[in-house]
Design a protein around this ligand. Structure first.
Ligand code: PMP
Length: 419
């Protein structure tokens, strides 16, 4: 029947397609925290486009703004022109995000993806400092283009992309499957020692909480010491907030927990509010050394995404949004104490939870948990070096009853896969 027909995907779509292989279903509708299959099955979505749907699917508040805009023949493609939608987004972003945090950044609209924001940040950091080196961290995920892949810590993806030796130096993230490491102290040693051969890099790029790497939140102390080190040596500090940002950890930016201010920030995924493509690179005003036209792109600054993003920020400023979010976050946090298996390690912050099965069945069990969850109506993805960590990312707007139902399925899946 049409309801289970995958043949066209197998026939025509490249083998590179990824997540969809794990979910043998064709979806066609979604609302809030739920995805509907064309065969009538309904799933709770704890994947959320890897952090793209913080406001849930087809959020009514945002949808109303979009439909009004379309009904009034608002511009859909503006190719960098000054538009009303862009102006409203910039004004709202300044009012809701920048000013309350005393952030004096300029904003560059990048191509539609997070990768584009990372590319722009790396290019600008190199241009502004006149240096080429970049420091990145093991376990990092910053994108799949050659520039962003060069700072992504996956041997498999780098080999597939033909990335050879480059001007990127990898050092261990604060915490990793190998344990904790004083990488800031290590970098300090290298920089202070003229015999090291280690040149001062243009930038350090880091996720304040590694998401694809396995849900590793950096401690405030570590981020502060990284800030102090980069300041001492005139190295630009880039925070990649593409997946952990836009409220996922409770604050708008994940780095707010540490009380430090980076020189550049990359933002994408949920900034588009409705799953619409938008990506931004924010940087200190004095770093805006671009000449007009030095970094362009046809699909940067999608107008519908501006409308949705402005509406999403209007939601973000509502008190009720935050009281509901606090309740949901507490519920997710409590789930960690309910697992009752000391071999299972959990990490997370706000509405991001990683359930690490490295010492409790490993990737094989994580795969079984994911399958069991799918069969019982829950979509959940895996992350970590070997896909050994279950990544729980419900929409920030999920109601407690659905959150509970999803967590019940997850608990059962963990239970039934114990050996
Ligand atoms: N940085 C981080 C932290 C990400 O999680 C991702 C996407 N998973 C990217 C960059 C790349 O974003 P995109 O897939 O939109 O290119």
């Amino acid at each position: 029947t049409a309801a289970t027909d995958f043949s066209v995907f197998q026939d025509l779509e490249s083998e590179v397609r990824s997540y969809c292989r794990k979910f043998p279903i064709v979806f066609h509708r979604a609302k809030g925290a739920e995805l509907h299959g064309e065969d009538g099955r309904v799933f709770i979505d704890f994947f959320c486009g890897a952090g793209t749907l913080n406001y849930g699917h087809n959020n009514d508040f945002i949808k109303r703004r979009l439909t009004e805009y379309l009904a009034a023949d608002g511009i859909v493609h503006g190719l960098d022109m000054h538009t009303v939608a862009k102006r409203e987004f910039l004004n709202t972003f300044a009012e809701v995000v920048l000013r309350p945090r005393d952030l004096d950044y300029k904003i560059q609209f990048c191509g539609p993806t997070g990768t584009d924001a990372v590319e722009a940040a790396l290019k600008l950091a190199r241009k502004a400092t006149g240096r080429t080196g970049v420091v990145a961290f093991t376990g990092a995920y910053h994108g799949m283009s050659r520039g962003s892949l060069a700072v992504t810590g996956s041997r498999r993806a780098r080999r597939a992309g033909g990335i050879g030796p480059s001007d990127v130096t990898f050092v261990p993230y604060e915490d990793s499957p190998q344990g904790t490491f004083d990488s800031v102290g290590y970098l300090e040693r290298l920089l202070a020692d003229p015999s090291s051969g280690f040149e001062i890099p243009a930038a350090v790029i880091v996720e304040p909480m590694q998401m694809e790497g396995g849900i590793y939140p950096a401690s405030p102390d570590w981020l502060r010491s990284l800030r102090a080190l980069t300041e001492r040596h005139g190295i630009l500090l880039i925070f990649d907030e593409i997946q952990a940002g836009c409220g996922r950890t409770g604050t708008f930016f994940c780095f707010e927990h540490a009380g430090v201010v980076p020189d550049m920030v990359t933002v994408s995924k949920s900034i588009g509010g409705y799953g619409l493509p938008l990506s931004l690179t924010l940087f200190r005003r004095d770093l805006d050394v671009w000449e007009p036209g030095e970094h362009t792109g046809t699909f940067r600054g999608n107008q519908l995404a501006f409308v949705a993003a402005t509406a999403a920020l209007d939601l973000w400023r509502q008190t009720k949004f935050h009281t509901d979010l606090a309740v949901a976050s507490r519920r997710l946090d409590r789930f960690r104490t309910e697992l009752l298996d000391p071999a299972i390690v959990t990490r997370g912050r706000g509405m991001a939870l990683g359930i690490d099965l490295a010492g409790a069945g490993g990737p094989e069990r994580a795969d079984l948990v994911q399958r069991h969850a799918f069969e019982h109506g829950l979509i959940v993805e895996l992350c970590g070096r070997h896909d050994e960590v279950i990544k729980v990312l419900p929409p920030l707007t999920i109601d407690i009853a659905r959150l509970d139902r999803g967590l019940d399925v997850l608990r059962d899946a963990l239970h039934s896969t114990r050996n």
